[in-house]
Ligand binder design. Structure first.
Ligand code: SAH
Length: 213
């Protein structure tokens, strides 16, 4: 199993060939070893073109979707980014590699713990907490960017309030089974612009503002 080769193939075929040609993004996906964020039994499929189960009914998102959301957000080094849904920690590692100051929230304790262990062991520094990401992370607001990696019925006011004026967020908005990826920009304190980018499928956001099971 040549994991480096599989990773380079993923970057070329799934990300570059689909139109993401920002060298910094391609380099970040080449730097981060995705297989180290999935169970060992799944290393073989770590670089495939789909989400992978990471336990507790959750998944690590499809590589292209992670790249597409990050490209949409025009992430620059030093930006303060709030991530909702740490999951495996893979996307946090990509953001940290791009030089972002990452604040990540995960509602499932065991996943948050595992992700932080993985991130720390690989030398990625992020701020992480266990909690309901629907509420954002007020203590560290405002954020330049917010990236939501679970499907939500609506964009919460907490996220809107905790975004800087001039900032952007990407959020999968819609039903339990599929959503639209929405990019929202904050033009002024009370003025928001939203655009639908594409259809997508994310696991449902839990918690007070998520989908009720
Ligand atoms: N970005 C992750 C993929 C996350 S999958 C990665 O790279 O691996 C979505 C994650 O959102 C799951 O881990 C799920 O437990 C988490 N989640 C769901 N509802 C949440 C909420 N209200 N607050 C924080 N995390 C939540």
């Amino acid at each position: 199993m040549d994991l480096d080769k599989m990773k380079n193939n993923m970057v070329y075929k799934q990300i570059f060939k689909r139109g993401i040609d920002d060298q910094r993004i391609l380099d970040a996906f080449t730097d981060v070893n995705r297989h180290l964020f999935v169970p060992k039994g799944d290393w073989e499929v770590a670089y495939e073109d789909y989400p992978i189960t990471i336990g507790d009914g959750q998944t690590i998102s499809q590589p292209f979707m992670v790249a597409f959301m990050i490209k949409t957000l025009e992430v620059e080094p030093g930006m303060k980014i709030l991530e909702i849904g740490t999951g495996s920690g893979y996307q946090s590692a990509i953001l940290a590699t791009l030089g972002a100051d990452v604040y990540t929230v995960e509602i499932v304790h065991s996943l948050a713990k595992k992700a932080l262990e993985t991130l720390n062991s690989l030398g990625y520094r992020v701020h992480s907490k266990v909690g309901d990401g629907g509420l954002g992370w007020l203590q560290h607001a405002p954020f330049d960017r917010i990236i939501v990696s679970a499907g939500t019925p609506q964009i919460t006011d907490y996220w809107k309030q905790q975004l800087k004026v001039g900032g952007m967020m990407v959020v999968p908005v819609g039903g339990f089974l599929h959503q639209y990826l929405v990019v929202l920009s904050k033009e002024s304190e009370y003025d928001f612009k939203e655009k639908e980018l594409c259809q997508c499928v994310f696991v449902p956001l839990r918690g007070e503002h998520g989908h009720q099971e």
